[in-house]
Design a protein around this ligand. Structure first.
Ligand SMILES: C[S@@+](CC[C@H](N)C(=O)[O-])C[C@H]1O[C@@H](n2cnc3c(N)ncnc32)[C@H](O)[C@@H]1O
Length: 260
């Protein structure tokens, strides 16, 4: 493992593409159930906010059919999938650009708000963008306790550094905790909450999205003197061993309806 191999822009881009795909593979099945439960259906106009690789937008297009529409937005469209005609993919900054008011029957966002300093205003913008009776579906992380789980050395120390360092980088990795309160204050009703934790194992998308982040971060930790090259290799061997299993962060979803 060297800084050269993992530190080049092309390698970083490829790792990010793979990570977004693994995240989508892990979360899409429960997201689709959630959206069906929230009532997505033919003729709906829907917004996918912070679309990543666009897998949810493509699935939404099937659900709303040709009489509906999907607007799929992200600040970075490099990883977005090809889409059918009734999907518009738009480069869009959720913190700077304005959404149309009362334009959507359903708005969905996943693993995005925790990254945005202006998340409170962005959430309010989603509510404004809903038609009366429309549903807001938000999925976000709760990393509380993720750093403290039982793990063997040498990974344990590295995990604590990574999980707590990541918390600063991700602005508020526990935004999931306040979602219900914020959505209620914004006037949404019929609030429904669910949460998931899964096993993260090597060779499975649910684990690899995190282990790829680890792989990308280790050279930086070596450069900062937090670990050594030898120990970094040991850590990678440890998390790649077939029997390695750890807990994911909590993934929380909240669905609310805008009153008519
Ligand atoms: C962790 S990824 C989640 C992607 C996708 N929602 C998923 O769950 O698979 C976060 C996404 O938010 C996007 N994003 C970050 N800041 C944004 C902003 N200000 N406006 C729009 N999208 C943003 C990123 O480009 C990235 O695609």
């Amino acid at each position: 493992m060297t800084e050269e191999r993992y530190g080049t822009p092309d390698a970083e881009l490829e790792i990010e593409r793979i990570r977004l795909d693994k995240l989508a593979d892990t979360l899409d099945p429960s997201t689709f159930d959630l959206l069906l439960g929230a009532g997505i259906g033919p003729g709906d106009d829907v917004l996918e906010a912070g679309a990543g690789n666009g897998s949810v937008a493509v699935w939404m297009a099937d659900q709303v059919g040709p009489t509906g529409s999907v607007l799929s937005v992200d600040i970075d469209l490099r990883f977005h999938a090809e889409v059918p005609d009734h999907v518009e993919v738009r480069e869009f900054d959720l913190e700077g650009d304005d959404l149309p008011r009362e334009a959507f029957d359903l708005v969905h966002t996943r693993a995005v708000l925790q990254h945005l300093p202006a998340r409170e205003e962005v959430l309010a913008g989603f509510v404004d963008a809903l038609r009366p009776g429309g549903r807001l579906v938000v999925e976000d992380g709760v990393f509380l306790g993720f750093a403290e789980q039982a793990l063997e050395q040498p990974y344990r120390d590295i995990h604590v550094v990574m999980a707590t360092g990541a918390q600063q980088e991700w602005r508020d990795p526990n935004f999931g905790l306040v979602l219900v309160d914020r959505m209620r204050r914004l006037g949404l009703v019929d609030l429904q909450v669910d949460g998931r934790v899964w096993a993260m194992r090597p060779g499975e998308p649910a684990g690899d999205w995190w282990f790829l982040a680890l792989e990308r971060t280790l050279p930086r930790l070596v450069a900062a003197g937090i670990t050594t090259d030898d120990q970094a290799s040991e850590v990678l061997d440890q998390v790649r061993s077939p029997d390695f299993t750890m807990l994911s962060p909590v993934h929380l979803s909240v669905v609310g309806r805008k009153p008519t």
